[in-house]
Design a protein around this ligand. Structure first.
Ligand SMILES: *[C@@H]1O[C@H](CO)[C@@H](O)[C@H](O)[C@H]1NC(C)=O
Ligand SMILES: *[C@@H]1O[C@H](CO)[C@@H](O)[C@H](O)[C@H]1NC(C)=O
Ligand SMILES: *[C@@H]1O[C@H](CO)[C@@H](O)[C@H](O)[C@H]1NC(C)=O
Ligand SMILES: *[C@@H]1O[C@H](CO)[C@@H](O)[C@H](O)[C@H]1NC(C)=O
Ligand SMILES: *[C@@H]1O[C@H](CO)[C@@H](O)[C@H](O)[C@H]1NC(C)=O
Ligand SMILES: *[C@@H]1O[C@H](CO)[C@@H](O)[C@H](O)[C@H]1NC(C)=O
Ligand SMILES: *[C@@H]1O[C@H](CO)[C@@H](O)[C@H](O)[C@H]1NC(C)=O
Length: 542
């Protein structure tokens, strides 16, 4: 059953890595420093867009590193002369993996000791059976009864272990699937928001370059931001669906393997019991050999599940502590580059300013150009605009960036493009510029630019806070906090349950296989002694 070892390791790795990849899309690429990584992805581009915020708040500025899960991970490290490992939870540190693997060493040692020790015993028995001359064996009723009682008890223990294992794997599977689904849901939410933001930016392509309001550099900045955000969203989306599919596959495989292990071991214990009760020594010998190999396998499986249990527990404690110490520099910072809160706030402030200015620009065009009545000839300000005035756009912010409530007669982001549509006139080209030939306040090209500018400020207004949360890892912290409080207790308990079930099962089968032989032998002797007592007693070798 060793074949489930590799998927298990992959599973625990993947389980750890998937949440981390929520905010760090570039995770799979070569390890670069956190800051560089940040500069390359969409969030960095967003930060630069909303105004070249200086890259303040270096994570390395704080020298004291907070050690995650320090107490839990204080283990012996075989790679460092069995000194205690003090680096805390750090999946990039091989000493961490060495020290956590070392916790499963006793079980692997038991597996090897059993395999070699019992193998030698079997060999000796086999040799004796073939070569030694049999001595007369005295039948003892007490030994018979005791070994029968022990056999019954051990078989019951095997049944109990099997039930615990089966139950534990069902709960573990449910719990891991729920965890995975939650993480995938958070990733989906991120992708969804990024894509909506990105598509609102895509409208910026329609903003004319040589026109009245949006400056050229603003347009190219918007274009860059759009591309970066879209790339991040696409990468996160493909990575999420790929990882979640493969992790689900591994989880199913692990579940099936455990079910098969518990069923096979249970069958083995039962058959061994029955065969030895009926004294079928040949079948018992076959079963003993099978049990010899399987028990070694299940002890290795125990070790693997102890490892998983410890790694999951470490990760849970680490997540919890990371959430509780938002300002500490930790080993997670290399994997999850978080801009500090001050910088994220500043970006958010700039994002508000850009929104405010864009809305102001749109309103200046509406109030000072579209709704104004110029004397003919003042092109491009005069384009024969006429009719009812177009309503201005509601600015969500006051000049000091506090919230502003809309005045009556203003349109909000959602309805602006629809309302303005009613004020668009038909145009003809006169002397190189558009002139209204019907009643209306806005030419189609100005309408395009106004809606584009509106869409950009709308995107910044609605998704800016979310992007700020991504940048300063508030979103990831919330996700981790939810995982730590909702999913971790279950994962911890059920991986332990599987481990306990496996230990009981393998220990029970291990001891029963010895008693199968003893009891089957006792049976035979009893039978033989009975036969003897019915006939003339002749000393007999057999
Ligand atoms: C942190 O402090 C240690 C000694 O206390 C020093 O050797 C190391 O260079 C410092 N690192 C940074 C990034 O300041
Ligand atoms: C995440 O999104 C993908 C594709 O958009 C979808 O198939 C999947 O069901 C979503 N998962 C969750 C948990 O919402
Ligand atoms: C994002 O990029 C993908 C290709 O990378 C493209 O198919 C998709 O249309 C883009 N989305 C937007 C909103 O531009
Ligand atoms: C209209 O233009 C004048 C000066 O050109 C400016 O002072 C005023 O603020 C503008 N109106 C709006 C609503 O921007
Ligand atoms: C401003 O409005 C947003 C959303 O409408 C809200 O989350 C925020 O708390 C408000 N800020 C203040 C200072 O009222
Ligand atoms: C200006 O607009 C009016 C309608 O408001 C229209 O009747 C007139 O023909 C337009 N003038 C020119 C020069 O197109
Ligand atoms: C702005 O967004 C609205 C709705 O989201 C859409 O109908 C409109 O075409 C967009 N504007 C531009 C210029 O693409």
């Amino acid at each position: 059953m060793e074949f489930s070892g590799l998927p298990c390791c992959v599973l625990s790795f993947a389980l750890l890595l998937l949440p981390l990849s929520i905010a760090s899309v570039e995770l799979q690429k070569a390890p670069v420093s956190g800051r560089k990584q940040l500069e390359e992805d969409g969030f960095g581009a967003w930060r630069r867009f909303v105004a070249e915020v200086p890259s303040a708040g270096d994570a390395t500025a704080q020298n004291s590193t907070f050690v995650l899960a320090a107490e839990r991970t204080y283990r012996q490290d075989p790679m460092n002369g069995y000194q205690r490992y003090t680096g805390g939870w750090n999946i990039r540190n091989q000493h961490y993996w060495a020290s956590v693997s070392f916790t499963a060493m006793p079980l692997f040692a038991i597996a090897v000791a059993w395999f070699l020790g019992f193998g030698i015993v079997l060999l000796l028995i086999c040799c004796c059976y073939c070569c030694c001359r049999r001595r007369k064996h005295s039948y003892s009723r007490a030994a018979d009864v005791i070994s029968l009682i022990l056999l019954v008890l051990l078989t019951c223990a095997a049944i109990a272990g099997s039930v615990i294992l089966y139950d534990g794997q069902g709960r573990f599977h449910k719990s891991t699937s729920a965890t995975l689904d939650y993480v995938v849901g958070q990733a989906n939410l991120t992708v969804d928001n990024l894509q909506k933001f990105s598509s609102s930016l895509a409208d910026a392509r329609n903003i004319g370059v040589d026109q009245i309001f949006l400056p050229t550099d603003m347009q190219s900045k918007i274009d860059v931001l759009h591309t970066k955000i879209n790339t991040s969203a696409t990468a996160l989306s493909t990575q999420t669906s790929k990882n979640s599919k493969s992790i689900h596959g591994v989880l199913d495989a692990v579940g099936w393997n455990l079910i098969i292990v518990s069923a096979v071991m249970l069958l083995l214990a039962f058959l061994g019991f029955v065969f030895s009760i009926f004294g079928l020594q040949f079948l018992v010998s076959i079963l003993v050999v099978v049990a010899w190999i399987l028990v070694a396998g299940t002890f290795i499986l125990c070790g693997i599940f102890l490892l998983i249990h410890n790694v999951v527990g470490d990760a849970c404690v680490a997540m919890d502590e990371w959430v509780d110490h938002p300002h500490a520099h930790t080993t997670l910072d290399d994997i999850l580059p978080c801009v500090d809160v001050a910088t994220a706030d500043e970006s958010m402030q700039r994002s508000k300013q850009v929104t405010f200015q864009l809305v102001n620009l749109v309103n200046q065009v509406i109030v000072n150009i579209s709704n104004a009545d110029f004397p003919p000839g003042m092109a491009p300000l005069y384009y024969n605009q006429s009719g009812p005035p177009a309503p201005p756009l509601c600015n969500p912010y006051l000049p000091d960036m506090s919230n502003r409530t809309c005045l009556p007669g203003e349109v909000d982001f959602n309805s602006a493009s629809k309302v303005w549509k009613g004020h668009v006139c038909q145009t003809a080209r006169v002397g190189g510029s558009d002139v209204c030939t019907t009643v209306g306040r806005i030419t189609p090209s100005i309408y395009y630019q106004m809606t584009a500018a509106t869409n950009v400020s709308h995107g910044l207004y609605y998704y800016g806070p979310f992007l700020a949360q991504l940048a300063d890892c508030t979103f990831v912290r919330e996700t981790f906090a939810a995982l730590a409080s909702n999913n971790c207790p279950g994962l911890d308990l059920y991986s332990k349950l599987i481990f306990v079930g496996l230990v009981i099962l393998s220990a029970a089968v291990m001891f029963s296989s010895t008693f199968w032989m003893v009891y089957a032998r006792e049976r035979r002797h009893r039978k033989y002694n009975k036969q003897l007592s019915g006939r003339e007693r002749v000393p007999l070798d057999f």
